[in-house]
Structures are given as structure tokens and as C-alpha cells.
Design a protein around this ligand. Structure first.
Ligand SMILES: Cc1cc2nc3c(=O)[nH]c(=O)nc-3n(C[C@H](O)[C@H](O)[C@H](O)COP(=O)(O)OP(=O)(O)OC[C@H]3O[C@@H](n4cnc5c(N)ncnc54)[C@H](O)[C@@H]3O)c2cc1C
Length: 444
């Protein structure tokens, strides 16, 4: 399929944000993607009857229009709705998610430290201060924010070590702005209730999720791509240069496509690198944007798993993994009959993963998931720049770049194009909103 020489709207990236933009646009759009499949971060791979997403990709659809779009494209029967089963494994025991409101089951000294810390934190905030943050001057730093709401014990036993392992940087280096929507904030009464075993059900943003019955999460972008029309999507076509004056992009094979409007969904860092015209202050801001890779194993297991969780958090530094998820616990068809499948996310991004495989297997056994001899294979994978880091330079740097892009009439959207921490549904919403802005006829 040859590349057209010009298009009205050119979209860099055929992940969920790019596909959604194209689908919501009335006019002609052309999508270019460097990979051989659509879907971006929401892709799946197959191996000997196993289907693996790029670690857990559980779908939460709250926006009625986006929900109707996805269920309309794939049919409601394409999905199962699943109630989250997720726990924390620490001090050799399992406790329910979220840690802060489910302390029951931990060693008594740990519970005492967590409850006393929460009481002191509440005292520090002041009795009259709203528990949920309204009207409160919250600490900007994430580590201080954790202590402000949860106290020293919960900070030390879960929040600070777990988040350092997930983000790949110390909690002191990041701000609390990413977490408002994602970290449940129980009040003192709820923390105490959870410590004595009176658990609340379904806390957090992800208590229920949808998952495709067949094809893994890849089936979602594939359905979007069918709806957009495959003729509009050019895969294996990385964009290597963008000329804003002459208004064309150049691909790796040297072909040029002229555009009237450009929407970027590639990572903001790499997009700026493509723009020869980007001024020095934009390049300087780009240099301050940081992101952490995700390094993980796809694991195939013979037989059933010993735990039925969808994912398990591991905060303790003595283990290489910070989170273990079980695709086949969400949907048995993700593994061949008589088998199970896991993803194991690693805190250490520098050591070659193969060198950690032995300790991972020991960890899976200690967690009661499976004995080492039942592990059939462990495939190491890396997702570059998977988690945008909300450090203290983040907001000013990102704002400066977007302001300049807006002046150029460019939209840069999606989790990485916008440069944020967000979900698949957010990427779909971003595409819808970008199309509305473009169709409104105004400046992008
Ligand atoms: C480890 C991990 C787990 C996640 N788990 C969940 C979850 O459970 N639930 C949930 O809702 N969300 C989850 N997400 C978030 C979700 O994957 C993203 O929000 C969403 O897929 C982002 O879509 P996007 O289109 O914005 O970006 P992307 O999917 O990254 O799409 C951008 C596309 O641009 C292409 N591209 C880049 N550079 C170029 C170039 N130069 N030329 C051409 N093409 C280019 C890429 O190949 C890619 O296809 C997770 C993300 C990660 C990393």
C-alpha cells in the first residue's frame, strides 16, 4: 500500500489515542505507526497458545459515549466484566488492596505502627481539617503527601517502598499530583476499621473492569482500526522528521507526506526530537522530562496457580518483583488448557532480567503461586518510557512545550503525547476531544 503524498489530517501513532482521533474525525485522516501492529501500549503477543498483553491491561469504561463506542464496535458479548481480586504480599502474608484500609492480617507490631501513624497524621492535619483534602493545603512532594494523609507506618510499610519500585525513583523525587485519582484515601475511622478486620468492599478506581473474551487487549485497537479503515493506516512507517514550515513529515524510508493538520501521539520527548524548528527553550524543557521503563517477564506455568488474584503488589525490596499479575486468573483462555500465565514486573531496570529469574521463581513459590519446576518459560520484555515521572520539573517543562506546540497549531495527545499517567479510556477520550477541536475549525 503506497503512502499518499498529502493528507488533510496526519496522525502520528496508531495506538488508542490516534485510532480514536481518526474514528471521531469527519474528514480524511492518515495514521502512520512505526510498529507492525496497531495498539501501541495496548497490544498483545501470542506464544504457544498463550496470549500476553504488555503487562496487565484491564479496561475501565466510565464515559458513557466511549463505553457505547467500544461495546458497539466489539459487541457486549466480547467482554467479561470482572470484579477485581487484588492483594498485597508483605511480611510473608497477604492483605487486601488497598493496603491503607486493610491492615488486618499483618503482624501486630506493623498494624500498631500503621494505626498510630495514622492517628498522629490526623492530629497533625488538625481535627477540623477535611479528610478528603477539600480546602486543605496539601504537601506537593509525594513522600510528604503520603505522611500527611496516612502517617509514618503506612508510609514505611507500603506506600514509600512500593511507589519507589513502581516509578523507579524515590518517593521524595516526585510530586503528589499524579495520584489524586489513583490512590484511595480512607479516613482514620476506615483505617481503624480495616485494621480490626471490618473491610470495606470495592475501594479505588478499578474495583471492576472489562476484559475481552478472545484476542487479549489487542482486540480493542484492532476493532477500532477496522472501523477507521485499514487503508488509512500505514504500519512499519516510523516518522523520522517533521517540517513545520513546509508542513510535511518524513518517514524512515525518506518518503514525504504533506499535511494540513498534525496530531501527534508519539511520546512528547521523541516528538520534540523530530521537530527541527523547536527552539532552545523547548529543547531544554524536553531534556527535563523523565520516564521509567517497565521491565517484566511473561511467564507460562504448567497447571493451576495457587492464588486467584488478578494482581498482587510486592512492596518489599528483598524481592525483585514489585507486582505480579495473572492473566489466566482473569480469563482462563489466556493460557492453553491445563496452564496458567503471569506477568512479573521488576523493580530493577538495570540488571539484565535473566539474572533475576532465579529469585523471581523463588518469589513466586514463596507467594504460593507456583513451584519453580512448573514454570515453563520466562520471557523478558521492556517497555521504554512506560511511566512518565511527575518530578518537580514536570509541570513547568510540560506546560512550556505544550504552549509552544499550540502556537504551532499542533496537538500532542494520549498518555505519551500529552505526557501523563492515564488509562486506555483516557486515550480514547483524548482522541475524541482532539477530533472535536479539529472539527470545530479552530486552531488545533
Ligand atoms: C505497563 C502498563 C500497564 C498499563 N495498564 C493499564 C491498565 O490496566 N488499564 C488501562 O486502562 N491502561 C493501562 N495502561 C495505559 C494504556 O496502555 C495507555 O494509556 C494507552 O494505551 C495509551 O495509548 P496512546 O495511544 O496514548 O499511546 P501509545 O499506545 O503509546 O500509542 C502511540 C503510538 O505511536 C507510535 N509511535 C511512536 N513514535 C512514532 C514515530 N516516530 N512514528 C510513527 N509512530 C510512532 C507507537 O508505535 C504507538 O503505537 C498501561 C500502560 C502501561 C505502560
Amino acid at each position: 500500500m503506497s503512502l499518499p503524498q498529502r493528507t488533510q489530517t496526519l496522525i502520528i501513532g496508531a495506538g488508542l489515542a490516534g485510532l480514536s482521533t481518526a474514528l471521531h474525525l469527519d474528514g480524511e485522516a492518515l495514521l502512520l505507526d512505526g510498529l507492525d501492529r496497531v495498539g501501541g501500549a495496548a497490544r498483545s503477543e501470542r506464544f504457544e497458545g498463550f496470549t500476553f498483553d504488555l503487562t496487565g491491561h484491564w479496561l475501565h469504561l466510565r464515559d458513557p459515549q466511549i463505553r457505547a463506542l467500544i461495546l458497539g464496535l466489539l459487541g457486549p458479548d466480547h467482554f467479561v466484566e470482572i470484579e477485581r481480586k487484588s492483594r498485597i504480599w508483605s511480611h510473608g502474608v497477604y492483605t487486601r488492596y488497598p493496603f491503607q484500609s486493610n491492615l488486618h492480617g499483618l503482624p501486630p507490631a506493623v498494624i500498631k505502627a500503621c494505626v498510630m501513624g495514622a492517628i498522629e497524621a490526623r492530629g497533625g492535619r488538625g481535627e477540623g481539617v477535611a479528610e478528603r483534602g477539600e480546602g486543605v493545603a496539601e504537601p506537593e512532594g509525594f513522600a510528604d503527601w503520603i505522611r500527611f494523609y496516612f502517617g509514618e507506618g503506612i508510609a514505611e510499610h507500603f506506600m514509600i517502598p512500593y511507589n519507589a519500585r513502581l516509578w523507579g525513583v524515590a518517593a521524595e523525587e516526585i510530586t503528589s499530583r499524579w495520584c489524586q485519582r489513583f490512590v484511595p484515601r480512607p479516613n482514620l475511622e476506615q483505617i481503624i476499621a480495616g485494621a480490626v478486620g471490618c473491610h470495606a468492599e470495592g475501594e479505588g478506581y478499578n474495583a471492576r473492569f472489562l476484559y475481552p473474551k478472545v484476542g487479549g487487549i489487542q482486540s480493542v485497537p484492532e476493532a477500532l482500526a477496522d472501523a477507521v479503515g485499514r487503508a488509512h493506516i500505514h504500519l512499519n512507517t516510523p516518522v523520522t522528521r517533521v517540517d513545520l514550515k513546509a508542513r510535511f513529515v518524513e518517514t524512515a524510508s525518506g518518503q514525504r507526506v504533506y499535511f494540513e493538520r498534525l496530531v501527534n501521539t508519539a511520546p512528547l520527548t521523541r516528538f520534540i526530537d523530530l521537530l527541527a524548528e523547536a527552539p532552545a527553550e523547548v529543547r531544554a524543557a524536553r531534556a527535563k522530562l523523565r520516564a521509567a521503563d517497565t521491565v517484566y517477564f511473561n511467564v507460562g506455568v504448567r497447571g493451576a496457580l495457587g492464588q486467584d488474584d488478578h494482581w498482587i503488589y510486592v512492596p518489599e525490596a528483598s524481592w525483585p518483583m514489585y507486582r505480579v499479575g495473572a492473566f489466566s486468573n482473569a480469563l482462563p483462555a489466556m493460557a492453553p488448557e491445563g496452564h496458567s500465565s503471569l506477568y512479573v514486573e521488576l523493580a530493577d531496570r538495570d540488571t539484565p532480567p535473566e539474572a533475576l529469574a532465579g529469585r523471581v521463581k523463588a518469589g513466586l513459590a514463596a507467594m504460593g503461586l507456583c513451584q519453580p519446576e512448573r514454570v515453563l518459560f520466562m520471557q523478558a520484555r521492556r517497555i521504554p518510557e512506560a511511566y512518565v515521572i511527575y518530578d518537580f520539573d514536570y509541570h513547568a517543562s510540560r506546560a512550556l512545550i505544550h504552549e509552544w506546540l499550540n502556537h504551532q497549531g499542533l496537538l500532542s495527545i494520549g498518555r505519551y503525547g500529552d505526557w501523563n499517567y492515564s488509562s486506555m479510556e483516557d486515550a480514547l477520550i483524548n482522541g475524541r476531544d482532539a477530533a472535536a477541536r479539529l472539527s470545530g475549525g479552530g486552531e488545533a
